[in-house]
Design a protein around this ligand. Structure first.
Ligand SMILES: O=P(O)(O)O[C@H]1O[C@H](CO)[C@@H](O)[C@H]1O
Ligand SMILES: O=c1cc[nH]c(=O)[nH]1
Length: 237
């Protein structure tokens, strides 16, 4: 076990899907995995391991924000031997193109604090996914007919911000499709450990149009993202 995970060594597969929300982790495990077993309950950050088409896969909730995310990613990479991390997250659309319920594949992630923050040091730099996983995701998304967009995403540390209406002007000018709170850290920590990573993000609100998906509707929205992540696990190993 580690400080934040009670599972034993060997309880996680080498490939781990990483939703932020523990309820999403449980729904994904029970909906898509064969013989899912819960390997972590500590702090309610649920973790599961099971099989998808005979291949071992784990799903671990990471909580909200870079600080929480890095704890789980670090312990999975450093202690449990994870080699491929695929985030199955949610995001806010920053462009009209990133419509509600569509899927954003983060081709590059830029931390909001890149120039002025230095909050997370090593993690304050733009980074990208594993190229082979990205290629696989784009091909599979097209094959499965999933409404998706690939491009730059930004990663913020603050969900509710006093400058809400204008704060993403620079990111939008750079062409950012969406904002989440973990992806740049995922890409940086994976590179640090020589592991592979990719971030898939379902748009649950759009900061340009003001549209929002209700939480009660959300699990249904995650079917495409979960199927895509699991197809990548099978194809991209
Ligand atoms: O739904 P998850 O995967 O948690 O992702 C998004 O939702 C949370 C904010 O509501 C942040 O963690 C953000 O990145
Ligand atoms: O980080 C996030 C996630 C969903 N919606 C947002 O506006 N931001």
């Amino acid at each position: 076990m580690t400080t934040h995970i009670e599972a034993g060594k060997g309880d996680y597969a080498e490939t781990v899907l990483l939703p932020g929300d523990p309820q999403r982790a449980e729904w994904m495990a029970k909906t898509f995995l064969e013989a899912p077993r819960c390997v972590n309950r500590r702090r309610g950050a649920l973790g599961f391991t099971g099989l998808f088409r005979g291949q071992p896969v784990s799903i671990q909730a990471t909580g909200i924000g870079v600080s929480s995310f890095l704890i789980y990613a670090h312990e999975l990479l450093d202690y449990y031997g994870a080699r491929t991390l695929i985030r199955t997250g949610t995001c806010g659309g920053l462009s009209a193109e990133a419509t509600l319920r569509s899927l954003v594949i983060s081709q590059s992630a830029r931390p909001e604090n890149a120039e002025n923050g230095q909050v997370f040091g090593l993690y304050d730099a733009e980074a990208g996914p594993d190229p082979a996983l990205l290629v696989c995701a784009l091909a599979k998304a097209a094959e499965l007919g999933i409404d998706h967009h690939a491009g730059l995403t930004v990663c913020t540390d603050i969900f509710y911000h006093p400058e809400a209406p204008t704060r993403y002007a620079e990111a939008r000018a750079l062409g950012a499709l969406a904002v989440d709170m973990e992806t740049s850290a995922l890409y940086r920590i994976a590179a640090h450990f020589g592991a592979r990573a990719l971030s898939l993000l379902t748009v649950v609100d759009n900061l340009v149009t003001g549209e929002q998906a209700d939480y009660s509707e959300r699990q249904a929205l995650f079917t495409d993202m979960s199927r895509l992540a699991l197809e990548i696990v099978v194809e991209g190993r």
